[in-house]
Structures are given as structure tokens and as C-alpha cells.
Design a protein around this ligand. Structure first.
Ligand code: ZN
Ligand code: ZN
Length: 256
């Protein structure tokens, strides 16, 4: 397997996932992955279904015991939902716990779950990319998650309309040494391709973007590895020669 990491997945330590952490790791190990990073959800918004669900200590202790059981490098990350209104809650949580990798992600726009917001947005997705732009300026993360996630939720999305904003987002993360998250979950969803698109990945490469963090965003063990073959071929065709994982917030590279 060309892609040797899974830096984005959820287990039953996230409220919306269905396989235990041990079952996820067992499958990742069986598939030949070498480095995996647990990235459960953390939401500081009290209205979110996962609010208060995450236990740092339980995940940490489970990872410590699983490291003894499996010959695979297991790292402890987190996926935080970026909402300006609840940013203090996120930053307090991050300051109280230590992670190998932090993914920043947009799941809500103006307090509305992205799925519902997109359904009412018509063909105007500027507020989504404005929030992504704000996220790209936040210094609290290592990886920018699923940049063009909006394409999952609306057939009216035309990415070329937003290339200006997307370019600014990419410029910001390159300047801050934040990795671009390459998320293969789109292969099992409506888009039928990774987040972000080929065009956005090509822009990132042309702009000098180098750091990429690949993950399946699996919520069940059956989803692990989906789209990995296609994504590896695509990244190599665009000239990417390595991918990354994070240890204590520091990027480590692997050949692609
Ligand atoms: Zn996400
Ligand atoms: Zn996720």
C-alpha cells in the first residue's frame, strides 16, 4: 500500500461512530497501515450531539494498552469543530490536553449543521468558505480538515466560483505550516472522490504546498481504506512524493 497512514478516523469514543477503537486498529493493522492517528470528535457547542461525550483519559488509556497489542504506531489526535462562537471552549480543551495531531474542521455554519445549512443555501456558499478562511487563520491546528466538504451536501456547488477564496485558504495554511487534510471518505459518499478535489490539490502543489495528512474519516471498520488506491494514484500524478503524520504536533514524512 502506497498510503501508509490513517490520520483521521472515529471509533465509539465519538458519538456518531460504530466500531470500537480496538476493532478499528485491528482492521488498519490487517490492511498493512503503519501509522494511525485516533481523531475523535470534540465539540464545544452544547447543542451538538457529541457535546461532553469525549473522554481524553479513556482514549489515552485505551491507546496505551493497544500499543502493546498491535505492531502498528498508534497516535492520539483530535478533530475539533471550528465555530467562532465556541472557540474559547475548544482552545481551553486543547490547552488542558496534549495531542499528537489536531484537525480543525467546519461542521456548522452560523450555528447550523452543514447538512441543513447547505440545503437552504441555494447556490451561495460564500459563508462556508468565509468560515474556512477564518479557520485557516486560526493557529490552533496541525491539519485543515475536508476543505471542500460542502460538495457532499449540495449539487449546486460549483467550485470554480470559489477559487479565489480557496487560494487564500491554501496560502494561509502554507504560511502557517498547517497540513492540508486529504480525506478519502468522499469515495463512499455522493462526491465519489476525495476532499479536496483534484483541482484544489493541484493548486496547493503549485503554490508550494507540501504537507499532506491522509485519512479515511471512517466511522466503522468497514470504511477503512476506501479510496486509498485512487487517492495514491492521484497524489502521485500531481507530483506529491510524500505524506505525513504528526507526533506531538511535529510532522514526520513517509514516502508515497
Ligand atoms: Zn469532520
Ligand atoms: Zn471526522
Amino acid at each position: 500500500m502506497l498510503i501508509r497512514t490513517d490520520n483521521h478516523f472515529h471509533s465509539t469514543y465519538s458519538h456518531d461512530a460504530r466500531s470500537s477503537l480496538a476493532a478499528m486498529i485491528n482492521r488498519q493493522h490487517a490492511m498493512g497501515l503503519e501509522v494511525v492517528t485516533s481523531t475523535e470528535h470534540f465539540d464545544a457547542d452544547p447543542s451538538d450531539g457529541g457535546f461532553g461525550f469525549y473522554s481524553y483519559e479513556k482514549v489515552r488509556d485505551d491507546i496505551i494498552s493497544l500499543r502493546k497489542e498491535f505492531r502498528i504506531k498508534i497516535l492520539h489526535g483530535i478533530e475539533v469543530t471550528f465555530q467562532p462562537k465556541y472557540l474559547t471552549g475548544v482552545e481551553d480543551f486543547l490547552s488542558q490536553n496534549s495531542f499528537d495531531l489536531i484537525i480543525g474542521a467546519v461542521h456548522y455554519i452560523k450555528g447550523i449543521l452543514i447538512r441543513h445549512w447547505a440545503a437552504a443555501a441555494g447556490d451561495g456558499f460564500t459563508p462556508y468558505f468565509d468560515l474556512m478562511l477564518e479557520l485557516s487563520l486560526w493557529g490552533g491546528m496541525n491539519v485543515l480538515g475536508h476543505l471542500d466538504y460542502i460538495k457532499k451536501y449540495s449539487s449546486l456547488y460549483i467550485e470554480s466560483v470559489y477559487f479565489g477564496k480557496i487560494e487564500s485558504i491554501l496560502q494561509n495554511i502554507i504560511e502557517k505550516d498547517i497540513a492540508l487534510g486529504v480525506n478519502t471518505s468522499g469515495y463512499r459518499q455522493i462526491p465519489g472522490e476525495q476532499y479536496p478535489s483534484r483541482k484544489i490539490l493541484a493548486m496547493y502543489k503549485d503554490m508550494g504546498g507540501r504537507l499532506i495528512s491522509i485519512g479515511s474519516d471512517s466511522h466503522h471498520l468497514s470504511q477503512i481504506g476506501t479510496g486509498y488506491g485512487e487517492t495514491a494514484v492521484l497524489l502521485k500524478s500531481l507530483g506529491f512524493r510524500e505524506h505525513h503524520f504528526y507526533v506531538s504536533g511535529q510532522p514526520c514524512s513517509l514516502v508515497l
